[in-house]
Design a protein around this ligand. Sequence first.
Ligand code: AMP
Ligand code: ZN
Ligand code: ZN
Length: 401
Amino acid sequence: MRLLIILFTCLQISFSQEVNYTILISFDGFRWDYLNRGITPNLDKLKANGVSAESLVPVFPTKTFPNHYTMVTGLYPDNHGIILNEFRDIKTNEIYRIWDTNQVTNPKWYKGETIWEIAKKQNIISASYFWPGSELKDITRQPNYFEKYEHTRPYERRVEGVLNWLQLPIERRPKIITMYFDATDSKGHRYGPNSKEVNDAISKLDSIVGSLVEGLEKLNLLSKTNLIITADHGMTEVSKNRIEKIYNLVDKDVMLEWSEAFLFVWPKSDKVDEVYSLLKSKESHFTTFKRDEIFMKYNFGKNEFIPPIVLVADLGWILAAKEPTEKELERFLIGNHGFKNNEKDMHGIFVASGPSFKKNFQTKILRTIDIFSVLCKISNLNPPKNIDSDIKKIEHILIEN
Ligand code: AMP
Ligand code: ZN
Ligand code: ZN
């Protein structure tokens, strides 16, 4: 019996040794065309050595948590449960908010199985240096190693942390690692996508790629590591002069939620058709959808927390649920996202290089939903059944085995 256990353990270790390392990196709000600004030498090198897509189409809504959680579950937000950065459980009135640590770590909101859980079940070690959904208060749903989100943690320290994990003894060393950096999103919101500040953020993130590659080279791991660089969405210019006052269009008893590029409309149950027709007749700079209509177009609408009517703004417009206060207007962001995912400004980047990827290979638009299938495939993991991710739509970027 003992001999059998030893043999089994050896087999497990040798099996996991064969799997390459994968580092999935997210640059928040790194719009697809930022790579064409001539300020990304390190990413350009990766492109030449690997795969690059014209752009990466996110899932709707083009917000941070829905898209990141899609990448690690292969599910649309409707199915993985994180439908927005902020939403309400209509049965309990509890609100999920990404800045509320209690909610962000509460497993009840998160459906589906993450790459970390799947890896754990299949004896592959994983780690996360920040990622939405990586800190759930349920050990079975956590990566083997993870860091608690700290917005201001210096980027070089994040790289160092990952390189340290990669120096652990082989039997404890992670094979799948996620990393997250906010700079392009934060600066894009504050100064707009065409600002000097965004260009500085792009350069900073590019130099982080440089440090990581250099560190991997020193550890002799570069040739065994797949690097996947993605963005959750893009960014576009918005303006205080392009706010659509939805609260002026409907009666007071219609509840409106989330003043964003989209807006949730909750009419009384017998008033849905009436409110829908009214909003349809007043449409300007937005589109009115019933749940099944928005589902057909954007795979968003079946989740129980989505209201009977959803409005989505035209690119560059914001929909207001209530009169903005002076303070809110003062803090108004000049860049934003959340718009329809077929708007090119909402697209992000996809660059990947390493032993599993073709070299110097350019491809057309890839889909965020399919990244999960690639993660599973290159790490020899069996994906769960009934996922939305489709390996067929992305496998052409992989070298044939
Ligand atoms: P948004 O641009 O509103 O879609 O969200 C971007 C923000 O999400 C960033 O500025 C971060 O503050 C926040 N964020 C990103 N990752 C995490 C995380 N793992 N935990 C908590 N907040 C996060
Ligand atoms: Zn984001
Ligand atoms: Zn953002």
